[in-house]
Design a protein around this ligand. Structure first.
Ligand SMILES: *Cc1c(COP(=O)(O)O)cnc(C)c1O
Length: 482
């Protein structure tokens, strides 16, 4: 080590000295001493490393205290916090998928704040089942005989396969063996649940005969998987739930003739999105409802709670009563069960669907999907005014432009949602550094997108209170440039 490095190391303050700095010690009122000391230690450690690597020629006491304060303040911020979603992606998986309806939020608060009827039946004055809070609602909304809700749809798929296809064959089309966001892969779930996967057809075309040829006495299930965010167009063919039902009926007749106690061949659809209503925006995308799938003859259908349904993270399985009863009794049901806050949110969301007109307005995911473009344009104009009032023309100029928003969450991938965005063209600074500031430097990150050196804020996914937050964030960016 050369003399100058030794000299620099000697000039490093001690952790104690950093803690005595008035700015650092003021933070002592906000957090335990040990955490503050750890921040000071790391701040000194970082500088020591830079000295040792030869990248520092001078030790600045102020830089160290600033770094210690910054670390301490970062520590005070919750990790899971609010974000302003100005991306125009409605079901944004990284940003928490669906926003809950006010009614669902209230129900969560109620359930969290006090004791509840989670597993208590006040009419019978006896132990109740947590499944009861949502089952009758799901049944009346989908026409299903029975239903159960678990942690998410991946868990639902896992349970269905483990109960009905373990050690047996499950037949699925090659065209539906896709990976769904967040690394959900059907073959992996099959392997995990000990189902023997039989792939039929080709990538683009699977015919009913491909399924028919694959069925034998060992086949437990015909599986249909919604391709989610993946679409093939052109020379494409898949087998409908209706056709799978006909195959299963024929096979079950044959089995019953041989052995009245034989396990039947089931038809199961992993629908993914969870659509309850026939909305115009779903029609063009060939999106069918849970009720349609049941009517087509599926024994079981599963879907997510937080995609197009617009509720909390959950997975719902609907179908025949005796099959759902077996799922409820499966050991995985205990491991994958819903907690009371999620059940509260799910029940409240489902209740809104009892009046479809209300659901479209009150469930934020549905509202954002169906809101008229003109209403979105008016919101964009209010954001424009807020920004023009907050940011000087010498810093940036703004205008409202037409754009395309997305459903997201693997739903309706081909559906272009007409939208309007405020475009910020920077006079000072640049779009990249502005984006970084809006996202990384704030307690409430503002996530927009960059297009051709401008920053866009899509108004379709914004709430009214977000408008002032965006204006504030942009003001902060230009203030720190000076
Ligand atoms: C999204 C999706 C899943 C996974 O659902 P989660 O609720 O995210 O666990 C499974 N299957 C399909 C078809 C999906 O679209």
């Amino acid at each position: 080590m050369d003399a100058s490095t030794t000299e620099l190391l000697r000039s490093l303050p001690s952790v104690e000295e950093v803690l005595q700095d008035p700015q650092v010690s003021a933070l002592g009122a906000l957090m335990p001493h040990d955490i503050l000391a750890e921040c000071a230690r790391k701040a000194v450690g970082d500088i020591r490393e830079r000295v040792l690597s030869g990248s520092l020629s001078k030790v600045d006491q102020e830089v160290i205290t600033f770094a210690a304060c910054r670390r301490a303040l970062d520590n005070l911020r919750p990790s899971l916090r609010r974000v302003v979603n100005a991306t125009g992606v409605i079901i944004h998986t990284n940003l928490g998928r669906s926003v809950l309806a006010e009614e669902a939020v209230d129900a969560v608060v109620q359930a969290a704040r006090g004791y509840s009827t989670l597993e208590y039946d006040p009419k019978a004055m006896a132990r109740g089942s947590r499944h009861d809070h949502v089952e009758h609602l799901i049944c009346s909304l989908t026409g299903a005989e029975a239903a159960m809700a678990v942690n998410n749809n991946a868990a639902a798929v896992m349970m269905v396969l483990a109960e009905f296809a373990a050690g047996r064959k499950a037949v699925v089309s090659r065209g539906e063996l896709v990976e769904i966001g967040g690394s959900f892969r059907v073959p992996d779930i099959m392997a995990l649940s000990n189902a023997d996967m039989v792939e039929v057809g080709t990538t683009n075309k699977t015919h009913v005969d491909d399924f028919a040829r694959a069925i034998d006495g060992e086949t437990g299930m015909l599986l249909k998987v919604h391709p989610s965010n993946y679409r093939m167009v052109g020379f494409v063919e898949s087998v409908s739930g209706h056709e799978l039902r006909r195959l299963a009926d024929a096979e079950n007749e044959r089995r019953a003739a041989q052995d009245p106690d034989a396990e039947p061949l089931l038809v199961y659809e992993d629908q993914g999105s969870g659509v309850f209503l026939h909305l115009d925006c779903f029609k063009g995308s060939g999106e069918h409802t849970v009720s349609d799938s049941l009517k087509a003859g599926c024994d079981l259908v599963s879907f997510s709670g937080d995609k197009l349904l617009g509720g909390p993270q959950a997975g719902v399985v609907v179908g025949r009563k005796e099959l759902i009863a077996r799922l409820k009794a499966h050991p995985l049901a205990r491991a994958l069960r819903l907690d009371k806050m999620t059940l509260a949110a799910l029940e409240a969301t489902l209740r809104l669907y009892l009046d479809p007109e209300k659901a479209v307005v009150k469930v934020p995911t549905l509202r954002m999907l169906t809101e008229p473009a003109e209403t979105v344009r008016e919101r964009a104009c209010r954001l424009l005014s807020a920004l023009q009032g907050a940011v000087s023309e010498k810093d940036a100029t703004f205008d409202v432009i037409p754009e395309v928003a997305r459903a997201g969450g693997g739903s309706l991938p081909m559906y272009d949602v007409e939208t309007f965005a405020v475009r910020m063209t920077l006079v000072r600074g640049d779009a990249q550094s502005c984006e970084k500031h809006l996202i990384s430097e704030r307690t409430t990150p503002v996530v927009g997108r960059i297009k051709k050196d401008a920053v866009l804020f899509d108004a379709r996914t914004l709430a009214e209170e977000d408008l002032a937050e965006i204006a504030q964030a942009c003001t902060e960016y230009f203030a720190q440039l000076s």
